[in-house]
Design a protein around this ligand. Structure first.
Ligand code: ADP
Length: 485
């Protein structure tokens, strides 16, 4: 409080006290019936005192206002010195200490808010990225060609991709978890998946999936997953591949090697035995020696035929065989073969007949290969038909379908129903016919490759055991109305 204000306040108090005492004196004068002049003088004095008090009060108010203005000016000067850039801050006028504490708190709070905002933005971005990544991963898993099943810690199916749902004929799903029984019908496979979670590391097993219509072999890779150091895994992943064809091809390869070595060993063994007898000088007479040479010659021929057939089949299968096709009359090829084997048929006491076809029916074929295929069928018919039987070679045209068929029908031993489906398998020979003729079990395979693979035709067989067989080759026709030559 300024000195000026204090002086005016003191004066006002003194005046008010004087007025109060004079007022009391006047009241006492009335009561004691003081003389009128005294009372009048008292009243005049009271009026003077009241006027003086009014003047002092006015000065006091003026002094107070002046004092306030000087305080304002001082505070404004301080504020301007503290923060020259910002003008007058109302909050900081309260006091320096309070304003600096509050502004300190406000700064800390705003910094904290900014940090929280930044963190929230970062979290939002990370969540969006994680969501995008998970959607991407999900899409990859779902479009993955191999069947995939993910199980959780309670052995429920947590995810099953498109390939898996097609394999198990169940709808695919991403959300939630379903009991194994609901997703996989095969109990054995369910047990495999349950066992996967407790495996020490990933494992691959073959599983045979058998249903009413098919039998498939699945290669199942099982892998437990979870955070490292965790005693129990979070779940397991199973990746399933259909390896039926692969396994069948592996089996065929193994069988081929076994059969080929067996077929090669037999003639080689014969040749070796005869050679030993000849070199040991055991055979004295020329007649026996000639017979041995003939047998050895036959075995060598069989060996070379076997090797040649194997090579030809392998070349055709690998697609590296050289084929030179031309338009040729089918009847010419067939008649050429029939004429070539006629002496053989005659020697075996078999009637061989051929119904020729008009020469203008042409096929587009490799003449030599087709000749070998027809020769193989007619040779087989002669080989597996006993003396007195007959072999008929017929050709017929289906102009509407644009095809020509060659039938080689014999009245021979025939083929049983259970052997029929295996006729075109490598090294297959009907056990009961082994003694009738020597063979390789590759002739029909080669015919099938030549007809179907190289010429886009078809080969079929019909047979009744004990009554005979008919092998038919059907090929596309190239009609040439002009007689050849
Ligand atoms: P290969 O005659 O050299 O043994 P193929 O592949 O030509 O080999 O024939 C396979 C088997 O099919 C023969 O061993 C034989 O048992 C049987 N086969 C073929 N043709 C006839 C036929 N016309 N009649 C009866 N069986 C046949």
């Amino acid at each position: 409080m300024s000195r000026n204000v204090r002086q005016w306040l003191l004066t006002l108090m003194t005046l008010l006290l004087s007025i109060a005492s004079l007022g009391c004196a006047l009241v006492g004068g009335y009561i004691l019936h003081m003389p009128t002049p005294v009372m009048l003088a008292g009243r005049i004095l009271l009026l003077i005192l009241l006027a003086a008090a009014g003047g002092v009060l006015f000065r006091l108010i003026a002094a107070i206002r002046q004092s306030c203005e000087s305080v304002d000016a001082m505070l404004a000067t301080f504020a301007a010195q503290e923060n020259p850039a910002s003008g007058i801050d109302e909050a900081s006028l309260e006091s320096d200490l309070v304003s600096s504490t509050i502004s300190g708190h406000l700064c800390a709070i705003s910094e904290r808010l900014a940090t929280l905002g930044r963190q929230r933005d970062e979290h939002k971005l990370a969540a969006r990225l994680a969501q995008k990544r998970s959607r991407h991963l999900e899409a990859v898993l779902f479009s993955f060609p191999s069947a995939m099943v993910v199980t959780d810690a309670m052995d429920r199916v947590a995810m099953m991709n498109g390939a898996a749902s097609r394999l198990f004929r169940r709808p695919e799903f991403t959300d939630g978890a379903k009991p194994l029984e609901e997703c996989i019908a095969e109990e054995g496979l369910r047990d495999l998946l349950r066992s996967a979670r407790v495996l020490p590391s990933s494992r691959e097993v073959d599983y045979c999936l058998q249903d009413t219509s098919s039998r498939r072999i699945l290669s199942v890779t099982l892998a437990p997953f979870g955070k490292s150091g965790q005693p129990t895994p979070d779940g397991a992943l199973a990746v399933l591949h259909d390896v039926t064809r692969q396994r069948a091809a592996d089996k065929m390869k193994t069988e081929f090697v076994a059969n080929a070595s067996h077929e090669l060993r037999t003639p080689l063994g014969g040749i070796k035995a005869y050679l030993e007898m000849l070199t040991d000088g055991e055979v004295k007479d020329t007649q026996t020696r000639d017979r041995f040479y003939n047998v050895m010659q036959g075995e060598v021929d069989r060996l070379s035929e076997l090797v040649e057939n194997m090579l030809n089949i392998a070349r055709i299968e690998a697609g590296i065989v050289k084929v030179s096709k031309e338009n040729v009359p089918l009847t010419a090829i067939v008649q050429e073969v029939v004429e070539a084997v006629a002496p053989q048929a005659e020697a075996a006491g078999i009637t061989l007949e051929c119904e020729p076809l008009p020469v203008f029916f042409h096929i587009h074929a490799d003449k030599e290969m087709m000749r070998r295929a027809v020769l193989n069928l007619i040779s087989n018919a002669l080989k597996y038909t006993p003396k007195g039987g007959r072999v008929d070679v017929r050709m017929h045209v289906d102009e509407a379908a644009g095809v020509v068929t060659v039938d080689v029908a014999d009245s021979g031993v025939g083929i049983s129903e259970q052997d029929l489906p295996q006729m075109f398998q490598k090294f297959f020979r009907v056990e009961s016919t082994r003694k009738m003729a020597k063979g390789t079990g590759l002739g029909l395979v080669l015919v099938k490759e030549v007809v179907e693979n190289l010429h886009g035709g078809r080969i079929a067989v019909q047979s009744t055991l004990g009554k005979g067989s008919t092998f038919s080759i059907t090929l596309s026709l190239v009609q040439c109305k002009q007689p050849v030559g």
